[in-house]
Design a protein around this ligand. Structure first.
Ligand SMILES: [Zn+2]
Length: 486
C-alpha cells in the first residue's frame, strides 16, 4: 500500500488588511518533502500520524510539502496556485497511491478562489483516481463546502476548542482511511447545514459534555466519525456557517438523521454556547475582585487574536491597563517587529523612549508613546502548544510602572505562559494577565489562573456577525435572518 501526505493551510479573514503571499507560508512554516519535524503542527498532524504507523501497518509513505501561514487576510492567487501545484506535482510523481492524507484548515481564501480546499481536493481526486481514498483533516473553524465533502472520502475536523486534539484527530483520519482502503468499512458522509453561526467552546459547558457524547458515539452502531464545523465568521464566502458532518458505514440515511439531530441541538443553545464578554474596564474590575494571592485572573482579548487573522497589535487593553498604574499586570504578545528590534538594540536594563503597537490598521487603536524599561529580550520566543512548538520570533519584554508588556516579531497566539516567563516575567506576582488569544490559551493558562474571563475590546476581529458586510453568504442565515430550523 502507498500513502501520500501533504499539508497546505491558513485561515483567511477576508476583511483583514494583512495580505498573504507565498513568502508568508515560507516564513511561517514550510517543509519540503522529508523535512517535516518529528512533532506535529496544528494543520500538519496527518504527516506525523502517518509516519508513526508506516512500519507497523506496512505501507510506504510518500511525503509532500507541508506548509502553513499565520491566519491573515486574502492569499494571493500566485501564492496559492504555486503551493497547490507544488503538492500536485509531488502527488503526480508518487502515483499510483492508495491513500492521500491532507492536512488542511478549511477556510483558506485566495484571490479568485473562495474555496481553496475544495479546489485542491478536486484536483487531487482528478489525479489520484476514483479508487484512491482521500482523507482530509480540517480545523473546526472551516467552511465545510459541498466541494470538499464530495471530493474527499473522509473528512475529520478537530473536536476541541481549544484545539488540543489535532494529533488525535489526525490519528482518527488515518485509521478510517486505512480501514476504507482495506474495504473494512464503506464511509458515506451526510452534512446538516445549521444555516447560521453556532460556535461553542469545549473548555466549558454545554460544549464539553456535547463533545464527550460525540466521541462516545463514534465507532458504535455504524457511526464512523462526527465533526462539527463551527465555521469562521470573518470571511465573505458563500459557505460561511456551522455544519455537522456525520460519516456512517454504508448508511447515508442514518448519517443524515444524526447530523440533523446534533445540529438542531447546537442551534437550540443560542448564545448559551458562548461565555460572557466583558468590556475593558468591566473586565479589569472583575479581575481585581477575583484575583487570589499568587494567582492572577487571565483576561482573553479575543477579538485581537492573531489566530483569527487580525494583527494582534491593538492598543486598547494596554491603554486600559495604563489607566490603572496601581495594578500589577502583564499583557502579551503584541505584534510589533520594529519596536522589538529597537528594544533588542538598546539592550536589557535600558530605559528608552518607544513608540509601539496600534499601527496595523485603524482598528488597532492608537500607537503608544512611553518611556519604557527593557526587561527581557530573546532571539526566538519559542513556546509550546500541545504537541507542537510555535515561534513568535525575536521578542522583548518592556515595563511601564507595574505593567509588563511582551512585544513579538512574528504574529502568533499567546498559547502558553512561556510567552511571559521565558522573558523573565513572574505571572504569580500579577493580578491581571491579558492574553492575545481566543481560547487556545485556555489549557495552559487555566492551571495558573484564579479565573479566566473573556474580553470584548471592540475588535479588530468582527465579533458581531450582524455588523459584518457579507455579500456572498447564502440566505437565510442567522443571525442576519431568523434561523429557518428554529
Ligand atoms: Zn480553529
Amino acid at each position: 500500500m502507498r500513502v501520500f501526505t501533504a499539508s497546505l493551510a491558513t485561515e483567511t479573514n477576508t476583511f483583514a488588511p494583512l495580505f498573504v503571499d507565498r513568502s508568508a507560508f515560507e516564513g511561517a512554516f514550510y517543509c519540503p518533502p522529508g523535512t517535516h519535524p518529528d512533532t506535529p503542527t496544528l494543520c500538519s498532524a496527518p504527516t506525523v500520524a502517518a509516519r508513526r504507523r508506516a512500519a507497523s501497518e506496512g505501507y510506504e509513505l510518500v511525503e509532500g510539502t507541508a506548509t502553513w501561514a499565520e491566519p491573515a487576510g486574502l492569499v494571493s492567487r500566485e501564492g496559492y496556485e504555486s503551493l497547490r501545484d507544488e503538492i500536485l506535482g509531488q502527488l503526480k510523481a508518487a502515483l499510483p497511491v492508495d491513500i492521500v492524507l491532507l492536512g488542511l484548515h478549511g477556510s483558506m481564501v485566495a484571490r479568485g478562489y473562495d474555496d481553496c480546499e475544495g479546489d485542491l481536493i478536486a484536483r487531487v481526486r482528478a489525479l489520484a483516481g476514483p479508487d484512491c481514498v482521500i482523507g482530509a483533516e480540517l480545523d473546526m473553524h472551516c467552511h465545510l463546502t459541498a466541494e470538499m465533502v464530495a471530493g474527499a472520502d473522509i473528512i475529520v475536523a478537530f473536536k476541541e476548542f481549544p484545539h488540543t486534539d489535532f494529533l488525535a484527530r489526525a490519528e482518527d483520519l488515518l485509521e478510517l482511511c486505512l480501514k476504507t482502503a482495506r474495504k473494512q468499512v464503506k464511509p458515506v458522509s451526510a452534512v446538516f447545514d445549521c444555516r447560521g453561526l453556532a460556535a461553542f467552546m469545549t473548555s466549558r459547558e454545554p460544549g464539553r459534555s456535547f463533545v464527550d457524547r460525540l466521541i462516545a458515539m463514534e465507532g458504535k452502531d455504524g457511526i464512523l466519525s462526527i465533526s462539527v464545523a463551527h465555521g469562521f465568521q470573518a470571511a465573505d464566502v458563500a459557505d460561511v456557517g456551522t455544519k455537522v458532518l456525520v460519516i456512517a458505514d454504508g448508511d447515508e440515511a442514518k448519517a443524515a438523521a444524526l447530523a440533523k439531530q446534533l445540529g438542531l441541538e447546537i442551534l437550540r443553545w443560542g448564545q448559551g454556547g458562548s461565555p460572557k464578554h466583558y468590556k475593558p474596564e468591566e473586565g479589569i474590575a472583575a479581575a481585581l475582585a477575583l484575583a487570589e494571592p499568587g494567582k492572577p485572573v487571565v483576561l482573553a482579548d479575543r477579538w485581537d487574536n492573531p489566530g483569527g487573522g487580525v494583527a494582534g497589535d491593538s492598543s486598547v487593553m494596554v491603554e486600559a491597563l495604563l489607566r490603572h498604574p496601581e495594578i500589577p499586570a502583564a499583557i502579551g504578545a503584541l505584534w510589533d517587529p520594529v519596536a522589538v528590534s529597537l528594544c533588542r538594540a538598546a539592550g536589557v536594563g535600558t530605559e528608552i523612549p518607544l513608540r509601539f503597537i496600534g499601527k496595523a490598521a485603524p482598528s488597532s487603536g492608537r500607537p503608544i508613546d512611553a518611556v519604557v524599561k527593557v526587561v527581557g529580550t530573546t532571539e526566538d520566543l519559542l513556546i509550546p502548544f500541545e504537541q507542537s512548538w510555535v515561534s513568535l520570533g525575536p521578542a522583548a519584554a518592556i515595563r511601564i510602572g507595574q505593567l509588563d508588556i511582551v512585544l513579538a516579531s512574528t504574529r502568533a497566539q499567546t498559547f502558553s505562559p512561556p510567552v511571559f516567563t521565558d522573558l523573565g516575567i513572574d505571572l504569580s506576582a500579577k493580578k491581571v494577565v491579558v492574553v492575545k488569544s481566543s481560547n487556545h490559551f485556555h489549557a495552559a493558562f487555566a492551571p495558573i489562573a484564579a479565573q479566566v474571563l473573556y474580553l470584548d475590546s471592540g475588535g479588530p476581529y468582527p465579533p458581531d456577525a450582524t455588523k459584518i458586510p457579507y455579500t456572498k453568504v447564502k440566505r437565510p442565515f442567522s443571525p442576519l435572518d431568523p434561523n429557518p430550523w428554529l
